[in-house]
Design a protein around this ligand. Structure first.
Ligand SMILES: Nc1nc2c(ncn2[C@@H]2O[C@H](COP(=O)(O)OP(=O)(O)OP(=O)(O)O)[C@@H](O)[C@H]2O)c(=O)[nH]1
Length: 408
């Protein structure tokens, strides 16, 4: 019996002691709840252990080691891996130029702004109640001021006089239709205005890329036009190689290369002041090797009065022709230079057969009539017009859209 009592007393004491330990343990754990741990938490927000309020009892019994394991389990390594930035090789962005169809219509606002005097001026004069000699003279002056040229102006005035006489009433619609028709016949709607970029047959009998040479006096916009034309061709799905045969001006070569890089076209360049004919030859050779569709050759600006430079241009063309035919020789004319452009055109045409004209800076002049004059002078069509300094401001020349922009 005594033994039993002793055993019960021991059991009570032991239980009491255990109870006391548990309570003191709880108190210890509850005293510093979590504030000290909390500040360290934000350092690694994505990997913090999940329960904010862990089970007190468990926490008290959980060894410290186990907590670390739990954090590892959350996947620190993966998180760290995810944060490693992926290194991609730097590739220059290749632009996708705007399609060329309908560009002139899109750029119509620029055209009508610069050519207002011509189209609207003519319409206003033709709408006068009395079309006397003085009025016809004013019409003639308007055309001459716009650089249409003497002979085409006289022809147009004559035709308009005849047709207005026949016309009974002169409603604004009648006059607009009549003027549209006459201006269109003056500019011509039948000419082939496409830039010839199709493949040619090389001197060795194999197919070679279409070759286009861009020529003109200094500062007319040759390099810019070559770059813009490369974009037009790329937009139309063709592969292009550029030849920087303007070896006089290092900046022109860099400029051309930049244009090319923007659309993913390779530029063949030579040493500064090197032989332009040799660069042009190499460019076509590269075009053949690459199987490119078109090779565009930018030449140095040269004054038509400098015979030596003009002879050099002839040589560039002849050297290129050792590979095969040059499909297109584009003469770049600055529309703001007016009648002087015609003199240039004549000399360039003698040295290299011009096959098409690019009229640049038409956005900055009211002298759009030069289109008529230059076509008459050279007997070759205006194929492209420049209407601004923007990369896609070169448009295929469409007579209808041009005349519509003139007369509104
Ligand atoms: N407003 C306007 N500016 C143009 C147009 N075309 C070219 N330009 C500008 O004309 C200037 C001369 O252009 P370039 O292409 O360097 O002329 P370039 O004929 O190659 O010059 P050189 O190599 O010195 O003979 C540049 O500032 C062009 O941005 C156009 O259609 N409109």
């Amino acid at each position: 019996m005594e033994t039993v009592i002793l055993a019960v007393v021991i059991a009570v004491v032991v239980l009491g002691a255990i109870g006391g330990l548990v309570v003191s343990g709880r108190k210890k754990k509850q005293l510093p709840p979590s504030p000290p741990a909390a500040p360290s938490a934000p350092a690694t927000p994505s990997v913090t252990a999940p329960p904010a309020e862990p089970h007190i009892g468990e926490e008290a019994e959980t060894p410290h080691d186990e907590e670390r394991r739990t954090i590892e389990e959350v996947g620190l390594p993966e998180a760290a891996e995810a944060e490693v930035p992926t290194v991609t090789p730097e590739v220059p962005a290749v632009e996708v130029p705007e399609p060329t169809a309908g560009r002139l219509v899109r750029l119509r606002a620029r055209l009508s702004r610069s050519q207002n005097t011509l189209g609207k001026g003519l319409l206003t004069l033709l709408s006068r109640e009395h079309l006397d000699d003085e009025t016809w003279e004013e019409i003639e002056d308007t055309l001459l001021t716009a650089d249409v040229g003497v002979t085409p102006t006289q022809e147009l005035v004559e035709r308009l006089r005849e047709r207005v006489k026949v016309l009974g009433t002169r409603t604004p619609e009648d006059l607009r239709a009549l003027l549209r028709e006459e201006l269109l016949s003056l500019i011509g709607t039948d000419a082939d205005r496409s830039v010839h970029t199709h493949n040619g047959i090389g001197t060795n009998g194999d197919e070679i890329p279409g070759v286009v040479m861009v020529v003109g006096v200094n500062g007319t916009g040759k390099t810019t036009t070559t770059g813009k034309l490369a974009r037009v061709l790329v937009a139309d799905g063709k592969s292009v190689v550029l030849g920087a045969a303007d070896t006089f001006r290092a900046a022109a070569t860099d400029q051309l290369q930049t244009w090319g890089e923007r659309v993913g076209a390779r530029t063949v360049r030579g040493p500064e002041n090197g032989d332009p004919a040799s660069v042009a030859y190499d460019a076509v050779k590269e075009g053949i090797a690459e199987g490119a569709d078109v090779v565009l050759i930018d030449t140095a600006g040269r004054l038509h009065t400098k015979t030596g430079l003009m002879d050099e241009l002839g040589k560039v063309k002849r050297v290129v022709e050792k590979h095969g035919p040059v499909g297109e020789v584009l003469l770049v004319l600055d529309a703001t230079t007016g009648q002087n452009g015609l003199v240039q055109a004549r000399v360039f045409a003698e040295v290299v057969d011009i096959t098409g004209v690019v009229l640049t800076k038409l956005d900055g002049t009211a002298k759009g009539g030069i289109i008529v004059a230059v076509q008459r002078e050279l007997g070759v069509p205006v194929k492209l017009v420049g209407l601004g300094e923007g990369a896609d401001d070169l448009a295929p020349f469409e007579p209808e859209a041009f005349v519509d922009a003139l007369i509104g």
